[in-house]
Design a protein around this ligand. Sequence first.
Ligand code: GLY
Ligand code: MN
Length: 358
Amino acid sequence: MTTNLERLRVALKSVEVSAFAVTSMPSVRWLTGFTGSFAIALVTLDQALLVTDSRYTLQAAEQCTSMPCRSYANPTNVVDFLKEQLDALFVHRLAFDKNHVTVATHESWSEKFTGIELQSATDPIDELRKVKSPEEVAKVQAACAITDTCLEELIRRMRPGVTEIQLLWALEDMLRSHGATAAFAPIIVSGPRTARPHGEPSTRELQRGDFVTMDIGARLDGYCSDITRTVAIGSASPRQKEVYQHLLHAQETCIQSIRPGLSSKALDGLARQILDEKGLAKHFGHGLGHGLGALVHDSGRLSQLVDEEIAVGQIWTIEPGVYIEGEFGLRIEDDVLVTETGCQVLTKFPKHLIEVPW
Ligand code: GLY
Ligand code: MN
């Protein structure tokens, strides 16, 4: 079986890079198995080394079996230590992830890495990470199962007097009780506040006639879920029902249409076209979805701004929304794994309009 290190080297050769510094922690983890908060993997076409600091000497040795690990300790500084390692690896040209290395880091590397040319590049692992292994899919599925359960419990807790922020606290407790953490700051908004796609939970009490949008994610064993459901408090109005059904139609059509070879832009366009049938596209400001994995926003966007081919083994969110200022907003989001013939939906929570008895 090809290892992730071998896959990275093939990618490096194809872009004529002879040495790469892997700096983003999801990429370091994918490459080495190391789960700590800081490490840099130096990878050449025939050697590799994981550099970390003394907080992680023992952990790195235990978790990273694909390459030697070296750590530095006070008073050595990281840039001097990296330079020593790069010299030992005979690196004269080092590519780095321009989306991750800060200007300050680049300045200090430029100053200290004498005799080494720095080469701005994108991290090839971001692209490799888009296609998930069966083990990675199983981890995302486990995270999805947790958020499915949390949604059910959150709806049970919707009673007169309950506030958005109380639901948030309850959710955090639920996630912990499943051994997970929040994959991102949960969005729980009600009434007119649902018109804020990423509203922060407030002290507003839920009221009859509200829509309530819950956008929640679990991180378990390094992998994320991301699901959104909108429910009505009491009976939904005819207008709420109409917009909900149309948004659901757009979301389900996109799920039925996603397949390998389709362009990310075309799928996003499909959602916009359907919403436009009822004049709702102008209320849909964000993209249709994003890649999901070790990060809640992993590489890849379903958007008018990105035109890339969707491929087997990728995991995407499909999350159209409609946000009408002064009235209400709603979003429906699922996580899907692209298969040879279409997709498998990993999030299982029902999608009919739930009217919470009040
Ligand atoms: N669930 C939050 C987001 O996709 O941005
Ligand atoms: Mn999302």
